[in-house]
Design a protein around this ligand. Structure first.
Ligand SMILES: Cc1cc2nc3c(=O)[nH]c(=O)nc-3n(C[C@H](O)[C@H](O)[C@H](O)COP(=O)(O)O)c2cc1C
Length: 309
């Protein structure tokens, strides 16, 4: 392990991306009615009594002047199926609320529909934090809808896979656990999530050993199919926000795997080779895990998975 002490901002940001977060859209309305909303993953809880939360906004954000004037803001915690909303509020625009369904909360801040949770806040304090302003809010009302949340990890959108394994010791000592295990082994949701987790635990280190993050590898594998894609097409193919696609593409470009012209990305000959070896790794792992099953079993397995998807 090498410790980096020189602060290349891009490398620093990439390292911070290992801390998985949820995603919020934070909204506010100025006294003159101007409405803003910003996608933010810097949200965190601060205090239970009084109930305080915080998030930080880039000083360059055009939306800050409204947050500065507004008495309140609303934190909309996005649900797993709200990637489009996240991308929408991450892009500057004159009217971010055109075509967006919302209700008005405290201070007129927009409360978006179908989120996982919403915290309506009174502005409590604004603290300077380098190139960001830290906004602390006092929660004056909240909704706990509990939908599965949208997550963000290493620049990619992600979803929750619950950890549900029982410690081996508890299994030996408590007979009740055995009965529960029996039930879980007949619960396909449990089995699918645990199967993905077990597969990922072996496969992900192999992919990382190529020097590429999951998101970069996925981008290269998509480009290998289409040879050239512009950013809007890539947005549909990979689960990453626009800015992160650009960051990942820059890394691939530096490695000579992708060439960049006018926001369109073309895979290079070296990139084709790297993509081929990524597909090989994927095939080898699949072979290792699935070769014990017959073609009929695998066809039935594929059919079941495809119909669920
Ligand atoms: C996943 C994700 C998380 C983000 N988190 C923040 C954040 O915490 N603070 C921030 O200022 N910008 C954040 N951004 C960027 C803003 O959403 C983006 O700059 C937006 O355009 C700001 O709106 P404005 O330029 O219209 O003010 C994030 C973007 C994404 C995609």
């Amino acid at each position: 392990m090498t410790t980096q002490t020189e602060f290349d901002p891009k490398a620093f940001r990439r390292a911070l991306g290992n801390f998985a977060t949820g995603i919020t859209v934070i909204t506010a309305t100025a006294p003159n009615g101007e409405r803003v909303g910003v996608t933010a993953n810097s949200f965190n809880s601060v205090s239970l009594d009084p109930p305080l939360i915080l998030w930080s906004i880039d000083k360059r954000s055009g939306s800050f002047k409204v947050f500065e004037q507004a008495s309140h803001f609303a934190v909309n915690i996005l649900a797993a199926d709200q990637i489009d909303l996240s991308n929408h509020f991450a892009k500057p625009s004159d009217d971010k609320f055109a075509g967006i369904e919302f209700d008005e909360g405290a201070g007129g801040a927009a409360v978006l529909r179908d989120c996982a949770a919403v915290f309506q806040c009174e502005k409590y304090e604004v603290v300077e934090g380098g190139d960001h302003w830290i906004l602390i809010g006092k929660v004056v009302g909240f909704e706990d809808i509990g939908r599965a949340p949208l997550l963000y990890h290493q620049g990619s959108y992600s979803a929750v896979i619950p950890h549900q394994r029982f410690p081996a010791k508890a299994e030996e000592e408590a007979p009740g656990i055995k009965a529960l295990e029996g039930r879980l082994n007949n619960n396909f949701y449990y089995l699918m999530t645990q199967a993905v987790r077990a597969y990922q635990a072996n496969y992900q280190p192999l992919q990382l050993s190529t020097g590429l993050r999951t998101s970069e590898a996925r981008m290269l594998m998509v480009l290998e199919q289409d040879r050239q894609l512009c950013i809007d097409d890539l947005l549909k193919e990979v689960n990453m926000p626009r800015e992160e696609i650009q960051n990942a593409a820059e890394i691939l470009e530096r490695k000579g795997l992708v060439a960049l012209t006018d926001n369109c990305y073309r895979i290079t000959a070296k990139g084709m080779e790297q993509a081929a070896s990524l597909w090989e790794l994927a095939a080898e792992e699949q072979e290792k895990v699935f070769s014990q099953f017959s073609d009929d079993e695998l066809n039935a397995f594929r059919k079941v998975l495809m119909s669920i998807i």
